[in-house]
Design a protein around this ligand. Structure first.
Ligand SMILES: [Zn+2]
Length: 225
């Protein structure tokens, strides 16, 4: 792993409890590194790691420092998500104007998986989420093309293909998982993007039932911690 120090970091004021995944919206690792290490942008940004299309990992900020990747965000009551997380930028051009996001290559997904496993082990944590999950009104990365199902099968993050019935409201279920529900429609959109992409890509209509199943999964996982 290469280490290229980004100057864009500060003191961490929370223990690490979350991994936040992003796409870079830039087509190359070099360009992403340049942006994430630039101190002269109006709003300087950084992440702890950036992962190239071929799986090359570059570390930019040590894990004990606070990187600047999440912006105004929320997860499980935490509003300083940057202080509470490790941020990983993944090189991907994003959906662009044509709204067709390129797939994440296998080697890149494997590198993200290994990186996440290490972080989860070092900090004894299980919550691996997308930028869209922690900033549902502002962000859609890492996007509908991100292989959350595969990663969960390989030990990173949670996934279920189940649909279950239940009486709780969507907003209560979303809040229990960790979402900011001050804009309920945005939170529901972010949930679909991560846990029920068929709803976006293929018109699936059982969001509530998927939500019940996913919320139970989170509750059970956390109960074991
Ligand atoms: Zn992002």
């Amino acid at each position: 792993m290469r280490f290229i120090q980004s100057p864009n970091h500060s003191e961490r004021t929370r223990p690490v409890s979350i991994v936040v995944l992003h796409y870079t919206e830039t087509p190359t690792l070099e360009r992403a590194v340049r942006i994430l290490t630039d101190p002269a942008l109006p709003h300087p940004v950084s992440s702890h790691y950036v992962v190239g299309l071929d799986g090359e990992v570059v570390q930019l900020v040590p894990e004990d420092r606070r990187a600047r990747h999440a912006g105004v965000s929320f997860w499980r009551g935490e509003t300083d998500v940057n202080s509470a997380s490790v941020g990983i930028e993944i090189v991907n051009a994003g959906p662009g104007r044509a709204n067709s996001q390129p797939a994440y290559p296998d080697a890149q997904v494997a590198a993200v998986r290994d990186l996440c496993r290490g972080i989860m082990e070092r900090h004894a944590i299980t919550d691996v989420v997308g930028h869209s999950d922690v900033a549902p009104t502002r962000k859609v990365d890492p996007g509908a093309a991100f292989p959350w199902r595969r990663l969960a099968a390989e030990g990173v993050g949670l996934w279920t293909d189940r649909f279950e019935s239940g009486d709780a409201t969507d907003a209560d279920l979303l809040a229990s998982i960790g979402y900011d529900v001050s804009d309920p429609a945005a939170a529901l959109r972010a949930f679909r993007l991560h846990f029920y992409p068929e709803a976006i890509l293929a018109g699936g209509t059982h969001t509530h039932e998927r939500l019940v199943a996913v919320e139970r999964l989170f509750r059970e996982r956390r109960g074991r911690q």
